[in-house]
Structures are given as structure tokens and as C-alpha cells.
Write a protein that binds this ligand. Structure first.
Ligand code: HXC
Length: 242
């Protein structure tokens, strides 16, 4: 699909995408790269990172893969340091790492609850917290934010009560803002069911996938590209094409 944005809208910018090795995170990394950004992707599994980095580089994108778990503060610090050491700056932090599974509250162990909170909520906060000093110096140039920008990929599950989603609903309910103090733009995107993602395969049984489409205004599931384009809009100072 052809991008509606100018191809250089992120030229010279550096993005760090947690969970950037697969799914929505990888598509965001790819679209940011195609629009001029250098991209560091963070993930726990080396093989997935390696294949994602090869795929990004084969598209002409300046990309590096950095192993790390957002649950570990030392990993967050190390990955941010390496990103800035390699690319010289940080302008955009995308928190796309997520953990989720379907389970009733009764069957969910406290450790299972903690695991999802630690990834989705504490992990997101840790990344933001450790990235702040770099984002204060980074920036998007002209436009609304003179500092860098943060984009949190959330979900729609916490808008109303969702069956078997007590852990994620608690985690994703967080919002945070450093706009006033540091002019850092913080936004969130809350995707519904997105085709070809781990989330969809874990949360929606195959046989239900076709039925979901009946409730969608366009009778189709969302695509990773749709989310990446929203991310691009929020992370840039896009003005549209002439
Ligand atoms: C019940 C479970 C469970 C399950 C794990 N646990 N899976 N409980 N049902 N299916 C419990 C374990 O029993 C354990 O508790 C605790 O959680 C930690 O499990 P580990 O396997 O040790 O955790 P870990 O290896 O760190 O893996 C984390 C994970 C895993 C979250 C469990 O699934 C993962 O890595 N996921 C990443 C990818 C992902 O989930 N993406 C989907 C995002 S979808 P005990 O008490 O036994 O020690 C999304 C929204 C999509 O965000 C919206 C679509 C509509």
C-alpha cells in the first residue's frame, strides 16, 4: 500500500521500538524506517530480532536489534544507552511490547497477573522513565513538540469490562504525560483486533475470526499497516502531501 505521508517526514530521527521484532511493533519499525528514521528494535528473543533486523535492512532501513526485557530496569537502561551510542540521539520511543493471554480471574495466579502488569504497565513506565533524559534532548523539529515523543500501543480491552482480561485492563488503564514540563508529546494508540498478530491468535479462536468481521464497519479486520500509519502520524509533524 502507498503511504499517504511524505517519505522524508522522519528523516534524521531516531526511534526505539520495544517489541519491535514482530507484529505491530515490526510494522511500525518498518514504516518509520521507510519514512527516514533510524530504528532500534528491542526484544527478548535474539532469533526474532535478528530476522527482523535483516528484513528492515533489506528495505534499506538503518536498523539495529537490542536484546532486552522491559521488565528489567537494567535492560531498559542498557538498551537506551546503546541506542543513543549507536545513532547519537533519541527522538521517538514506541512502547509496543506486550504480554497477554486469556484466563479467568479465578484461574489467574498472582504471578500471572504480576507478569502482565510488569510487561504492559511497569515495563512501559520503566522505558519512559529511563528514556526521559534522552527525549528531553531529542526532538521532532518544527511542529507541536520541541522535545521527543512517546507512543504507547495499548488495546481496547479496558474501555469496558472484558472477559478473561483483568490483568491487561488494569495495566493498560495507565496514562502519562510529560508535555507540560518537557514539551514531550505522549500519545497512545488502542488497536482492536488486528490481522496476523500474536494478540489475535492468542485471544480470538480461529472460528470466531470470521464472525468478528461482521461487527466491523468495513467488514474486515484492522491491519498492522493501519496502526503503523497512525503511529507515523503521531510520531511526526506530518502535514500531508501537497
Ligand atoms: C494462565 C498463564 C498463562 C496462561 C502464563 N501464565 N501463561 N496463566 N493462562 N495462558 C502465568 C504462568 O502460569 C506464570 O504464573 C506467569 O503467568 C508467568 O508465566 P511465564 O510463562 O513464566 O512468563 P514469561 O515466560 O515471562 O512469558 C510472558 C507471557 C508470554 C506474557 C506469559 O505469553 C509472552 O511472553 N507473551 C508475549 C507476546 C504476547 O503475549 N503478545 C500478545 C499481546 S496482545 P505462575 O503462578 O504459574 O508462576 C495484546 C492485546 C491484543 O496486548 C488485543 C486483541 C483484541
Amino acid at each position: 500500500m502507498e503511504s499517504p505521508f511524505k517519505e522524508d517526514i522522519l528523516k534524521g530521527k531516531v526511534a526505539l521500538v520495544t517489541g519491535g521484532g514482530s507484529g505491530i511493533g515490526l510494522e511500525i519499525s518498518s514504516q518509520f524506517g521507510k519514512h527516514g528514521a533510524s530504528v532500534a528494535i528491542m526484544g527478548r528473543r535474539k532469533t526474532i530480532l535478528d530476522s527482523a533486523v535483516s528484513s528492515l535492512r533489506s528495505q534499506g532501513i538503518q536498523a539495529i536489534g537490542l536484546e532486552g526485557d522491559v521488565r528489567k530496569k537494567e535492560d531498559a537502561i542498557g538498551v537506551l544507552e546503546l541506542t543513543v551510542k549507536h545513532f547519537g540521539r533519541l527522538d521517538i520511543l514506541v512502547n509496543a511490547a506486550a504480554g497477554n493471554f486469556l484466563v479467568s480471574a479465578e484461574d489467574l495466579s498472582p504471578n500471572g497477573f504480576r507478569t502482565v502488569m510488569d510487561i504492559d504497565s511497569v515495563g512501559t513506565f520503566t522505558m519512559c522513565h529511563e528514556a526521559l533524559k534522552y527525549l528531553k534532548k531529542g526532538g521532532l523539529g518544527r511542529g507541536t513538540a520541541s522535545g521527543g515523543t512517546i507512543l504507547n500501543i495499548s488495546a481496547t480491552l479496558h474501555y469496558t469490562a472484558s472477559w478473561y482480561q483483568i490483568h491487561v485492563s488494569a495495566a493498560k488503564f495507565l496514562a502519562l504525560e510529560w508535555g507540560t514540563d518537557y514539551d514531550i508529546r505522549v500519545n497512545g494508540i488502542a488497536p482492536g483486533p488486528i490481522k496476523d498478530t500474536t494478540g489475535l491468535s492468542k485471544l480470538v479462536p480461529d472460528e470466531a475470526e470470521n464472525k468478528i468481521k461482521d461487527y466491523m464497519p468495513l467488514y474486515k479486520l484492522g491491519e498492522k499497516w493501519d496502526i503503523a500509519m497512525s503511529a507515523l502520524y503521531l510520531a511526526s509533524n506530518a502535514e500531508g502531501t501537497d
